[in-house]
Design a protein around this ligand. Structure first.
Ligand code: FMN
Length: 209
């Protein structure tokens, strides 16, 4: 059983979405490993570690031909890992209420996997986001990621915590309600939402396995 997390932030140092993704994967690993910490059950990929060229719109993938860009970049490496996954979590910051360009390049280029008869079909999917502002487009980012997953044939889940205290996904903001600033490591709700997402995904992966 494997849950793969993709951090869609272009930065690695002090990335808020990376921290939340780590929290989700740690929580998932606890559930999947059944106390055996030696068993590798999760993997975190930073999209910024990979060279991903833009989709040129050539439609080779529609004709089920290999993507011409894939001979020059790292997309095949990512695809190979994703195909092994039972669950996939993508975390992404809000960039103008959408996902960063590096992640959008990954999304567009992964059309090849969809055209190969939905090879990500039936994998469990969850999304995490973080934004600068309290109302900074978080729900748009989650929506973009969840719709992407549905188009790939994945099964979309959210975090499942207290129906009155917890949100539906891992999400938060640098800006506090008082208007001051923090990072995700001090954002309890965002951390809890991310952990709950990891737990929910791991439980479902286990059940389906
Ligand atoms: C190009 C760019 C665009 C951004 N657009 C928004 C935005 O529309 N709304 C918002 O609240 N924050 C915005 N931010 C702030 C990021 O969402 C915020 O810093 C987030 O924590 C970054 O996540 P990361 O630390 O994982 O990279 C933007 C940041 C950058 C660099």
């Amino acid at each position: 059983m494997l849950i793969v997390g993709i951090c869609g932030s272009p930065k690695k140092e002090r990335s808020n979405t990376r921290l939340l993704l780590q929290k989700a994967l740690e929580a998932a690993a606890d559930v999947l490993s059944d106390g055996d910490s030696k068993q590798a059950t999760t993997l975190l990929l930073d999209i910024s570690d990979y060279e991903i060229r833009h989709c040129t719109g050539c439609d080779s993938c529609v004709r089920k031909k290999p993507c011409p860009e894939s001979t020059h970049d790292d997309m095949p490496k990512i695809e190979e890992i994703l195909l092994k996954a039972d669950g996939i979590i993508i975390s992404a910051p809000s960039y103008f209420t959408s996902v960063p360009g590096v992640l959008k390049d990954f999304i567009d280029r992964s059309r090849y996997i969809k055209m190969q008869d939905h090879q990500l079909k039936d994998k469990i999917f969850g999304a995490i986001t973080y934004a600068g502002l309290r109302y900074g487009g978080q729900e748009h980012v989650i929506d973009i990621l969840n719709r992407y997953a549905i188009a790939q044939g994945m099964i979309v889940v959210g975090s499942l915590g207290s129906p009155v205290k917890d949100g539906t996904f891992g999400s938060g903001a640098l800006q506090t309600d008082e208007g001051s600033w923090r990072s995700a490591k001090d954002d309890e709700l965002a951390i809890r939402g991310s952990q709950k997402l990891g737990i929910r995904m791991a439980e479902l992966v286990k059940r389906l396995h």
